[in-house]
Design a protein around this ligand. Structure first.
Ligand code: LLP
Length: 428
């Protein structure tokens, strides 16, 4: 028996997740099927928590709901004492439904509408502001007792095109000047608690980058504390912790990152008037990314100029390869021991030529009827899937203690039109 990862094992040539046979799962629940290992999420969360809290005691993780918003997954994280990072009222609603308390939820929207701000205020969650005009709109609605600003420090970094979220071309965050004016105005409006936030990129595998952004946010916090005369309840350095998707990529050294940032916090806060803020991070991918595989059946193999392996999970099920040219490792779940290799394109069934899950990929020889496992699909997998080409969305399974539970039913054809209304004149 060999392992791909702790939770992904090879037993007699068949891939098992959390000890459960993936071929049996595929035949019981059908494909495409997202299968998540509960223990892996717990392990990811706990190791992240330990790495930082060892060096800085006021440490909090706010799981980024957008990465995977399944209520069962949210409940796993709530039980681990995570907070929640929500990007819209609907995510706040989901987080509350999963049992997160208002005070453990931070709302970081952008270009929010007034009704959205009103919902957040009524929900009593911590509001993180992305534009000075939104602060004015918020004060028009009511009196928050907490305000945070998302600052754009003028730079960012991202693992793919489009995933750099800071810098001059970014639509996110406010300038330091606007943040200062916003905090001044908040102080005048009797706001008592303050936070500072930065989220400058996603899928980052550069260990040293996290220290760089922490130094930067502490510089900004010191400057604001001095000029505005406020102390901070928390400093949030965002998410962005990457995971290796490609076997050539090295995982982050999370213990080193936690140690460097924790020590930096202790040292710099001793010589500043920022206060004793909590250190917050809001990872999505790092917590859930590698917990999930996507099982998909091979229906048809076509040999033209290339070999196309046609599976039932395409860009409608997993958008990342088509959108970012993202790489996801693939295994033939029912034939792990084969040695015969072939270079193929793995494609979905959508009528788009960008519907390629893997390009020029060397895999063991695949036959029609095989089941493929696409790895690292726990973050931005189901949450970015669609019904394009009138395909109902996939089902989701959670495995734990050698057992499987359905945590989201497969959509049916009726789900494609249940909200549609046909005007009377078109009914005959
Ligand atoms: N906080 C904020 C404000 C965010 O916008 C995001 C992600 C996160 C936290 C979590 O970032 P993470 O730790 O997962 O990197 N669809 C892309 C990822 C987009 C990330 C957008 N914001 C993908 O499939 O890779």
């Amino acid at each position: 028996m060999w392992k791909i990862q702790d939770h992904l094992t090879n037993k007699n040539g068949v891939l098992h997740i959390g000890g459960v046979n993936t071929i049996k799962l595929a035949s019981k629940y059908g494909t495409p099927l997202f299968v998540t290992d509960e223990k892996r999420i717990q392990k990811n969360y706990n190791s992240l928590y330990a790495a930082f809290s060892k060096y800085y005691d006021k440490f909090q993780i706010n799981y980024a709901v957008k990465a995977n918003n399944n209520l069962a997954i949210l409940r796993i994280l709530r039980k681990l004492n995570s907070g929640a990072d929500c990007s819209c009222p609907e995510e706040i609603f989901l987080a509350k439904k999963a049992g997160f308390s208002s005070s453990s939820i931070m709302y970081t929207g952008n270009y929010n509408s007034k009704p959205e701000l009103e919902f957040a205020l009524k929900s009593k969650v911590n509001i993180n502001i992305d534009n000075l005009s939104l602060l004015h709109n918020l004060f028009d609605i009511g009196k928050p007792n907490f305000i945070s600003f998302r600052v754009n420090p003028g730079f960012g970094k991202g693992g793919y095109r489009g995933l750099t979220l800071g810098g001059s071309k970014s639509k996110f965050g406010v300038s330091i000047r606007d943040a200062k004016n916003g905090f001044k105005l908040s102080k005048e409006n009797n706001v008592k608690r303050f936070g500072l936030h930065m989220m400058t990129g996603s899928a980052i595998l550069d260990n040293s980058y996290f220290k760089t952004i922490t130094n930067k946010i502490l510089d900004i916090a010191e400057d604001i504390s001095e000029t505005v005369g406020i102390k901070f309840d928390f400093i949030n350095i965002g998410g962005g912790l990457g995971i290796p998707y490609n076997p050539n990529q090295k995982p982050l050294n999370i213990n080193k990152i936690g140690m460097e940032i924790g020590k930096l916090f202790n040292r710099r806060l001793n010589n500043s008037n920022i206060g004793k803020p909590s250190l917050m991070i809001e990872p999505g991918r790092y917590v859930v990314g590698d917990s999930t595989i996507l099982l998909s059946r091979v229906h048809s193999i076509k040999k033209t100029m290339k070999t196309f392996v046609g599976i039932d999970a395409g860009m409608n099920t997993l958008l990342r390869p088509a959108l970012y040219d993202a790489y996801h490792q693939i295994y033939v779940a029912n034939n792990l021991n084969s040695r015969t290799m072939e270079t193929v394109d793995v494609c979905g069934q959508v009528c788009e030529n960008t519907d390629i899950v893997a390009k020029n990929r060397k895999l063991v020889k695949i036959r029609e009827g095989d089941t493929l496992a696409i790895l690292n699909t726990g973050a931005y997998g189901f949450s970015m899937s669609s019904q394009y080409n009138s395909r109902p969305r996939a089902a989701e399974i959670l495995v734990s203690g050698g057992k499987s539970d359905l945590i989201r039913e497969r959509e049916k054809v009726t789900d494609l039109f249940k909200l549609v209304k046909i005007p009377k004149r078109l009914r005959k």
